[in-house]
Design a protein around this ligand. Sequence first.
Ligand SMILES: [Zn+2]
Length: 296
Amino acid sequence: MYKKIIIFVIALVLAFSVGFLAIYYALPVEKTNVNVTDLEPSSPVQDTSTQIALKEPETATISDTLSLEQAYREAEDSEAAQFTEPELRAFREKKKVVYLTFDDGPSSNITPKLLDTLKKYNVKGTFFLVGYCVKAQPRIVKRIYDEGHAIGNHSYTHLFNKVYRSWGTLYEEVLKTNQAIATAIPGYDCKLFRAPGGSKPFLRRSYKDSLQAAGFKIYDWNCMNGDAVRRPPSPDRLYRNVVRSAGKQKRVIVLMHDSQNHHNTLKSLPRVIQYFKDMNYEFLTISEDTKELFLQ
Ligand SMILES: [Zn+2]
C-alpha cells in the first residue's frame, strides 16, 4: 500500500518537473522576441512618448509637456541635448524647476517694484519685453539686465493685426525690438522670443520655422495667473490660478504681466514665489539653451 503511494508521489513530482521544464524552455522563445525589439537602438524600452515621437516627428516637436524626468532622460541620451547646466543639475538633484516670466513691459510704475520684490526674495525672472516700451524705458531694461534677469523679445507693437500680417511685418517687429534692447543694453543680442498671444494660434508654422532659422528660441508657457484681462482678478485669485495651473508639473513656465495696470500681479508675486519655494522648486531664467516650449 505504502509502496503504491510512494510511486504515486514520485510520479506526481516527475509530472510537475516535466511540466515546469517544458514551460521554462518555452519562455525564452517569447523572451527572445521581446529582446530583439527592445535592443533596437531607436526604440527605447517602455518609452511610449518617444515611440510616438518617432512615428510622428511633427507632433513630437510641438508636444512638449513631457515630464521633467522623461525630458531630461531623453536629453541626456541625445547628442543634441537642449538643456542648460542648471536644468540638468536640477534634474540630477531631483529638483523641480520654475521660470517666472513677465510679458508686455517694461512699465514705469510696475516693473521697478516687481524687480524690488524679486530682489527681496532673491529670485530671478525672465522678461519678454515689448519694443516700444523698451524705447520708452531703456533704464529699466538696463536694470532688469544688471540684476541678473533674462530678457526676451515680445514684438515691437504687440498689435496682432500688425505683428502677424506677414512674415515681413513680424520680422521687422522682432528686429526693431532687438535694436531697442541693444540700445538699452549695449551689444546685447536677444535670442529669446515669445509670440504675442502665444504661438498657438497666432504664429504660423512658416513664421515659427523662419524665426528659428534666424536663431531665435521660442517660449510659450504651461502655467498662467490669468492676469491678461482688462480688469485683472484679485491678488488672491491670481495666486490661486497659478497654483491650480502649475498642478504637479515639474518644469513650470509661469506667464504673468508687468505692464502698467498689473498692480494685482505685483501684489500676488510674494505668495507665488513663496508657493514655489515651499514646493521645493528651483527658480531658473530662460536662456537660449533652455528647451523650447510651445502651447499645444
Ligand atoms: Zn503679450
